[in-house]
Design a protein around this ligand. Structure first.
Ligand code: SF4
Length: 426
C-alpha cells in the first residue's frame, strides 16, 4: 500500500522536508491497491477526459493513504505533456510602486505615502534593467500596488510631474525602456482596460494577473479581500477576458489558504479553465500558498496544510491536463518544493540574481545551482525559459517586431540557450 512516511530529509539529503512519499509502483515504492472508483476517475483524467467539478471535489477529500495515487496520476499526465523538463525564468523584480489602494489581509508589499518612495524613478528602472541584462536575466518582472493614483493625491501629482496620468501609463513606458535594454517586460498591473492591454502588448511578450479566488465572499468584512476594489473576481476575470481577446500569453493562478473553502478553490480553477477553453491564452497556472507574516492582518492564520497543497497542485494538473504549465513558487516552499514535482508541476517560476521577492521579502530565492542539482536528482532537466513559454512564441501571440527579439533570445526549442549559471551565489 502506498504510504506517507514522516522523515527528516529528502532528495539525497539536499532539501530537508517534513514528508517523504513512498509512491505507488510506477513512481517508486511498493504497489498499492487503488480503490476502484478512484482508479476509474484517475484513469479517465489520464486519458485526457476532463475532470468534472464534483470529481475534483471528491479528490480534495482523499485520505492521506490515497493521496499518492492522485500524485501518480498527476505526474503521469505532466510527463505525457511536458516530459522530464522543468523550467524557470531568470528575472529582475521591479516593484514600480508599493503604494496601493487595496487592503488585502495578507499583504506585506504595500506601504503608505511617506513610508518610502512613491515609485521607482525611470532612471532606477533602467539601471535595474541594465544590471539584470548584464547578469543574463531575460525577464523584467513589474509588480505594483493597484491604482494608487485613485486614492492618493500626492501620488497622482508626483506621477503627473513625470508626465503620466496613471500607473498603467507609467508601466507601459517603463516596459518599453526595459525592452531597449534587451530584457523582456512581464507586467503584473492588476486590473487593466482593453486599451491599456493593447499598449502593453507592444513590449510585453506575456503578462499576468492572479485570479487568487473566484469567490466574492472573500470581499466581505473580516475576509482577506475586504476593502479591496481591485479584488472583485468578476473584474479580474474581465481583464483576463480582454487579454484573451488580444491573445496575450497570460499567467494566472490561485492563492491558497486565505480563508477560502475547497469548493471555492476548485471553482477558481474551473473559472480559469473556462477562460482558457474560450481563448487559449493562459500559459501558466501558479498555485501560490499563503504564508503568515508578523504584522499583517492575517498574522494568526495558519499556512495551508502541506498535504492540501499537494492535493490542490495535483488536482490542478488533472483539471488542466497535460498541456498546461503549472508552477509552485520554490521560495515559498523552500524545504518542500521538490516534492511538488511528484504532484505534477513543471515550472518553478522566477529566480532573481539581483533582487528579492518584494511581495514575500522574508523568502529568499533558492540557489540556482542547488535547485538544478535537486531537480536532476529527481530525474528531470532544468531549462531556463523567457517570461513567455516556448509554445506561445509565435505570430498569433506576439507582434512581429517583438517576436524578432524574442526569437533572437531562444534556441530552436524556445528555451534560453545558455545553461551557464551566471552567479554561483544564487
Ligand atoms: S497584496 Fe497587492 S493588491 Fe493587495 S494590498 Fe498588497 S499590494 Fe495591494
Amino acid at each position: 500500500m502506498a504510504s506517507l512516511d514522516k522523515k527528516s530529509d529528502c532528495c539525497s539529503g539536499i532539501a530537508p522536508a517534513e514528508y517523504v512519499f513512498a509512491m505507488p509502483a510506477g513512481v517508486s515504492g511498493p504497489a498499492g491497491v487503488e480503490p476502484p472508483a478512484l482508479g476509474e476517475m484517475l484513469s479517465r483524467a489520464a486519458n485526457g477526459e476532463s475532470l468534472g467539478r464534483e470529481d475534483a471535489i471528491s479528490l480534495s477529500k482523499l485520505g492521506r493513504e490515497e493521496v499518492p495515487f492522485l500524485l501518480r496520476s498527476a505526474s503521469r499526465i505532466r510527463d505525457k505533456g511536458k516530459g522530464k523538463t522543468l523550467t524557470f525564468s531568470r528575472n529582475v523584480f521591479v516593484p514600480l510602486t508599493q503604494i496601493c489602494r487595496n487592503r488585502c489581509g495578507y499583504c506585506t508589499f504595500k506601504y503608505e505615502p511617506g513610508e518610502g518612495p512613491l515609485f521607482l524613478t525611470p532612471e532606477e528602472v533602467v539601471e535595474m534593467a541594465k544590471k539584470g541584462a548584464q547578469l543574463g536575466c531575460t525577464e523584467l518582472l513589474f509588480v505594483t500596488g493597484d491604482k494608487p493614483e485613485l486614492l492618493y493625491p500626492v501620488y497622482r501629482e508626483a506621477l503627473g510631474k513625470l508626465g503620466y496620468k496613471s500607473t498603467a501609463e507609467y508601466l507601459i513606458a517603463m516596459g518599453e525602456a526595459g525592452l531597449r535594454e534587451r530584457i523582456f517586460p512581464h507586467t503584473n498591473l492588476g486590473l487593466a482596460t482593453k486599451d491599456e492591454l493593447t499598449a502593453f502588448r507592444e513590449s510585453n511578450p506575456s503578462m499576468g494577473l492572479m485570479l487568487e479566488n473566484i469567490s466574492p465572499r472573500l470581499l466581505k468584512k473580516g475576509e482577506a479581500h475586504h476593502g479591496c476594489p481591485d479584488k472583485v473576481p468578476r473584474h479580474r476575470m474581465k481583464t483576463m477576458e480582454w487579454a484573451g481577446e488580444l491573445q496575450i500569453p497570460w499567467t494566472s493562478g490561485i492563492l491558497v489558504g486565505i480563508g477560502e473553502t475547497w469548493e471555492e478553490r476548485i471553482d477558481s480553477l474551473y473559472a480559469l479553465k473556462e477562460l482558457n477553453d474560450a481563448f487559449g491564452h493562459i500559459q501558466e497556472i501558479i498555485i501560490q500558498n499563503f504564508s503568515p507574516k508578523q504584522g499583517i492582518t492575517m498574522e494568526k492564520y495558519p499556512p495551508p496544510d502541506f498535504i492540501d497543497m499537494l492535493k490542490i497542485v495535483a488536482i490542478s494538473r488533472l483539471i488542466f491536463g497535460e498541456g498546461m504549465n503549472i508552477q509552485i513558487p520554490p521560495n515559498l516552499n523552500p524545504d518542500t518544493y521538490p516534492l511538488f514535482v511528484h504532484a505534477g508541476v513543471n515550472d518553478l517560476g522566477g529566480v532573481s540574481p539581483i533582487t528579492i521577492d518584494y511581495v514575500n521579502p522574508e523568502a529568499p530565492w533558492p540557489k540556482l545551482e542547488r535547485m538544478r542539482n535537486i531537480i536532476e536528482d529527481l530525474g528531470f532537466t532544468l531549462r531556463e525559459r523567457l517570461p513567455v513559454y516556448p509554445e506561445f512564441i509565435g505570430r498569433k501571440y506576439i507582434n512581429d517586431d517583438l517576436l524578432r527579439l524574442v526569437r533572437d533570445a531562444v534556441d530552436e526549442q524556445g528555451y534560453v540557450p545558455s545553461e551557464e549559471v551566471h552567479n554561483g551565489t544564487y
